[in-house]
Write a protein that binds this ligand. Structure first.
Ligand code: CA
Ligand code: CA
Ligand code: CA
Length: 406
């Protein structure tokens, strides 16, 4: 066995070097006039490198394991939907292929939204996905049976048909065993019926981290997020603000029997609006779901956190839940948990919420008031957690997405 190992290694190294040597860069428009003809010329491992400009076409990866990237970034490189029916960009891959879509503005999709992601896992990074429309799937990004990394995108002002509006900014579906990662995106001002920011339906075990989810509007439920079926989401370090819906302005979820449900940990939810559950409407069979270390501020007659108890209530610990309007903090089947299990109800003292700055001020009652259990090791800024924010010599976790740097 020892005699054969070097040969095996040598063969592996040769294969790797050979693959790298054969990988080509196809330049658009220098080598091929359009992105799609660039893709047509590409083989697995190749990169289609796109020069600045506006490309009026819809593109399809056609199961090629390739990277389609702009040379100079999304501000200077736009893919605008052509006449073809379908998404503007169709990132269609086989299992275990890792296609990449990076650095484009993707706009004007009229029939099937901006980006469709099938299998892979793909990487969808540093794009602006703007003003796309759909009557089928999500208006911004639709993920189907896949575990992509969706990172650093601006996904805004996408809209969908009222009658079939399932997912505004991002929709993940049919990914039962998948683990999609949605991190560091701005998802803003998208409009649909259910789940205007992020829509999760059989999304597997997704991680939703360090996103700003703001100003989205659902005409039925789930302004910021909508979560159903096999969707045991980890939702951490997000800023979820100014979203609206009749029910569940910030987040609406319904956990089916036999599923864990979401973990909502160290998020900041503020100024979301609804007639029921302005920040959160949590329903279903949810004794294993968790709401821990969040700052949750609402304003109005509706309860900020509303539950419906179909088969057990979630764990609610170490949150700052405040209603600055006339209504209650908790409602529905959720008892008033202020003063129980580390939950408080106090002005979190944001730095400048009117200007979108939801960091905590020094002296905030949310500082050093949360639990290390479940807390992510870094905050929304990348600061280590916990830090000693109140100067008593003991570093403890803060409530919300921000860990105050003293
Ligand atoms: Ca702290
Ligand atoms: Ca301390
Ligand atoms: Ca911080």
């Amino acid at each position: 066995v020892t005699g054969r190992l070097p040969l095996t290694l040598a063969a592996a190294v040769a294969a790797l070097l050979g693959g790298a040597a054969n990988a080509a860069v196809i330049r658009v428009p220098q080598d091929r006039p359009t992105i799609q003809t660039g893709i047509k010329a590409a083989r697995d491992g190749d990169t289609v490198l796109v020069a600045p400009g506006t490309y009026v076409e819809s593109i399809n990866f056609h199961f090629k394991d390739i990277a389609v990237v702009s040379a100079r970034g999304s501000e200077r490189t736009t893919i605008r939907a052509g006449r073809r029916v379908g998404p503007v960009v169709d990132v269609r891959a086989r299992r275990d292929q890792t296609p990449v879509l990076r650095g484009f503005t993707i706009e004007n999709g009229r029939t099937h939204g901006g980006v469709f992601v099938f299998r892979g896992p793909a990487r969808i990074e540093d794009n602006v996905i703007r003003r796309n429309h759909t009557c089928d799937g999500a208006a911004g990004i639709t993920v189907e049976d896949a575990s992509p990394v969706i990172r650093g995108n601006l996904i805004e002002e996408n809209t969908s048909c009222e009658a079939n509006g399932f997912g505004g900014g991002i929709r993940v579906g049919s990914s039962f065993t998948g683990s999609p990662v949605i991190v560091g995106n701005v998802i803003a001002r998208n409009v649909t019926r259910h789940g205007a920011g992020i829509f999760l339906n059989d999304a597997g075990t997704p991680t939703i981290s360090r996103n700003v989810i703001a100003g989205n509007h659902a005409t039925s439920d789930g302004g910021g997020m909508w979560i159903v079926n096999t969707s045991d989401a980890l939702i951490e370090n997000n800023i979820i603000v100014g979203n609206t819906a009749p029910i569940g302005g910030g987040i609406w979820w319904l956990v089916p029997q036999g599923h864990r449900g979401p973990f909502l940990v160290n998020n900041t939810l503020a100024f979301n609006e609804a007639q029921q559950g302005s920040a959160l409407m949590a329903g279903g069979f949810q004794p294993a779901a968790r709401i821990v270390n969040n700052v949750i501020v609402g304003s109005g007659a509706a309860a900020v956190v509303e539950c419906s108890d179909e088969g057990g209530l979630p764990l609610v610990r170490f949150n700052d839940v405040l209603n600055v309007g006339g209504g209650p903090e908790y409602g529905g089947d959720c008892p008033d948990l202020t003063g129980v299990d580390g939950n408080i109800s106090a002005d979190p003292r944001f730095v400048d919420p009117a200007d979108g700055d939801f960091h905590l001020r020094s002296g905030s009652p949310a500082v050093d008031a949360a639990t290390r259990d479940d807390a992510p090791r870094r905050d929304v800024d990348g600061d280590p957690r916990p830090l000693d924010g109140d100067g008593d010599g003991e570093p403890e976790v803060d409530m919300g997405a921000d860990e105050l740097e003293p």
